[in-house]
Design a protein around this ligand. Structure first.
Ligand code: GLC
Length: 545
């Protein structure tokens, strides 16, 4: 019998370790806290957990600035805690995916310290992208590239005598120097890091900035309208072929134990993204096309159908995602006025237009009900199962480097990283034993805490649990989608057919109720109280015919 590999239809739950569960009460989440709360995820019904970085890091970019790829930051625990987490997860039937950050390290990584302490042209500098500046005294950056967090993508260093010296490249913060992937030593080191975690039992990796590793030869200036010389260069694919061979060597014949590789690649058009998931490359790539689609039926239909076509053109399953640690949560995003229903990392300040919380939650629940019916694999971000909105944070608590680097014009991503509420009546809403949380929790999180929703029929948590269970029972993740006609421009309507059953989804993105298909009955609906023959506005219903 052929096994369908687990990752083809998995529901993966992203944990941002800083903000999920704090066992020691220091206000920051930790691995022991995660381990203790894993039964919650088993009950939710997800297949796997993806942990954002917990490695040794100065936390200048929330751990995406890694100083030691083989160690746990004391903030989160130690390697023994990690091993216990994996054992517990596996005992509960949950796989564990970890983040790998191969584009850049922290400036506190031993390699980068050695590079700064050495001279131009040295082996130490050759692991990163050091260049002389332009201008008579090298006072201008080597090219015009901009950091994604704002400002120039280059920072000048001092030479050993303290005079201005070479520049180094950082596509993100200046504390995140980019590696030089044309250097075989970098490739070997990162493959050895993959093995380190595979040998500790992890089930896969989420690859940070997977499209950034290789830069165009000569590091040419960017020009408006041209292809960008730092993203999606052809050379990245050879790296992933090699990684695929590496993880495949860990497969156990006859057992469903593939180790997964999933790319974070903000690449367009969809055909370019599909190249990352060719059969000998990565298993999955995040589908940001879906995430960035506004609340518009026509656009949503197009996003879903193009996504499915592209993935199937290379035989890969599609992935679906609505929220993560880099974007405004979908319960907030979809509650903004239509002009601003889009993804941005600008964050919501106290003085900005505030999302309509009720509308946002209603649409978020409908969007999730669409997502969890779609064939492929779905990624959930911690707290979305509670319908959490972003935290609206005052200026003085913001930590995302975007805030400083943009000259206080972009607030950054802290709003979606606020610690989880577990118990309404407990200090820090049960995030930890004490009152402290590294970012303040909004008062609205109390009523949304896990203990308020668990077992409450119409709660968002129970809706997620039901959707995940039905998706699994009906094997929708390995089903086939066909569109249903005749519903008008504001409706997304489709049927997913798997070996066992057909489920139709009617999602109403308009303002008028729409009728259900004849002789159909609702299995689950995103809007409490939808039992009659109509699907109301901002509601998605799963029906059987
Ligand atoms: C990815 C991460 C993001 C991080 C960036 C730099 O986009 O998801 O959080 O800031 O890479 O590592």
């Amino acid at each position: 019998m052929t096994i369908t590999p687990w990752w083809r239809d998995a529901v993966v739950y992203q944990i941002y370790p800083r903000s999920w569960a704090d066992a020691d009460g220091d206000g920051t989440g930790d691995l022991t806290g995660i381990t203790a709360r894993l039964p919650y995820l088993a009950d939710l019904g997800v297949d796997a957990v993806w942990l954002s970085p917990f490695y040794t890091s100065p936390q200048r970019d929330g751990g995406y600035d890694v100083a030691d790829y083989r160690a746990v930051d004391p903030l989160f625990g130690d390697l023994d805690d990690f091993d216990s987490l994996v054992v517990r997860a596996h005992a509960l039937g949950l796989r564990v995916i970890v983040d790998i950050v191969p584009n850049h390290s922290s400036s506190e990584h031993a390699w980068f310290r050695a590079a700064l302490a050495s001279t131009p042209g040295s082996e130490e500098r050759a692991r990163y992208v050091f260049r002389n500046g332009r201008g008579a005294d090298g006072e201008e950056p080597p090219n015009n590239w901009q950091s994604l967090f704002g400002g120039a993508a280059w920072t000048r260093t001092n030479d050993l005598h303290g005079s201005p010296g070479q520049w180094y490249l950082h596509l993100f913060d200046s504390s995140q120097p980019d590696f030089d992937w044309s250097n075989p030593e970098v490739r070997e080191e990162m493959e050895s890091v993959l093995r380190f975690w595979l040998d500790r039992g992890v089930d896969g990796f989420r690859i940070d900035v997977a499209h950034g590793l290789v830069k165009a030869d000569g590091l040419p200036d960017t020009h408006a309208g041209d292809a960008t010389p730092m993203w999606d260069q052809p050379g990245v694919h050879e790296i992933y072929r090699s990684w695929r061979r590496l993880v495949d060597s860990y497969a156990v014949p006859g057992e469903d134990r593939d180790r997964l590789l999933c790319a974070e690649a903000w690449v367009e058009p969809p055909e370019a993204l599909a190249r990352y998931v060719r059969p000998d490359e990565l298993h999955q790539s995040f589908n940001f096309h879906f995430l960035t689609t506004p609340w518009n039926a026509q656009e949503l239909r197009t996003a879903v159908s193009e996504s499915l076509v592209q993935a199937s053109s290379v035989g890969a399953p599609q992935t679906w995602v609505l929220s993560n640690h880099d974007v405004m949560r979908h319960a907030s995003r979809l509650g903004r006025s239509s002009a601003t229903v889009q993804v941005d990392t600008g964050g919501i300040g106290p003085d900005a237009e505030q999302p309509d919380a009720e509308l946002g939650l209603r649409r978020a629940r409908a969007a999730t009900a669409v997502m969890l019916a779609l064939p492929g694999s779905a990624y959930l971000y911690q707290g979305e199962e509670l319908g959490l909105p972003d935290g609206v944070l005052p200026d003085d608590v913001l930590l995302d480097p975007t805030w400083e680097r943009s000259g206080h014009t972009m607030r950054g991503r802290d709003g979606c990283r606020v610690p989880m509420p577990w118990e309404r009546a407990a200090p820090s809403y049960g995030f930890g034993p004490g009152p402290s949380t590294w970012l303040p929790q909004p008062a609205a999180y109390g009523a949304l805490a896990v203990d308020q929703q668990q077992g409450a029929v119409d709660s968002t948590l129970e809706l997620y649990r039901t959707l995940i269970r039905l998706r699994r029972e009906h094997r929708l993740g390995v089903g086939t989608l066909s569109w249903l006609d005749g519903y008008g421009g504001d409706v997304v309507a489709f049927t997913v057919t798997s070996a066992c059953v057909s489920v139709s989804v009617i999602a109403n993105l308009g303002t008028e109720p729409v009728p259900l298909p004849d002789d159909s009955s609702i299995i689950v609906s995103s809007r409490p109280g939808t039992h009659d023959a109509m699907v109301g506005p901002d509601c998605a219903a799963w029906v059987r015919r």
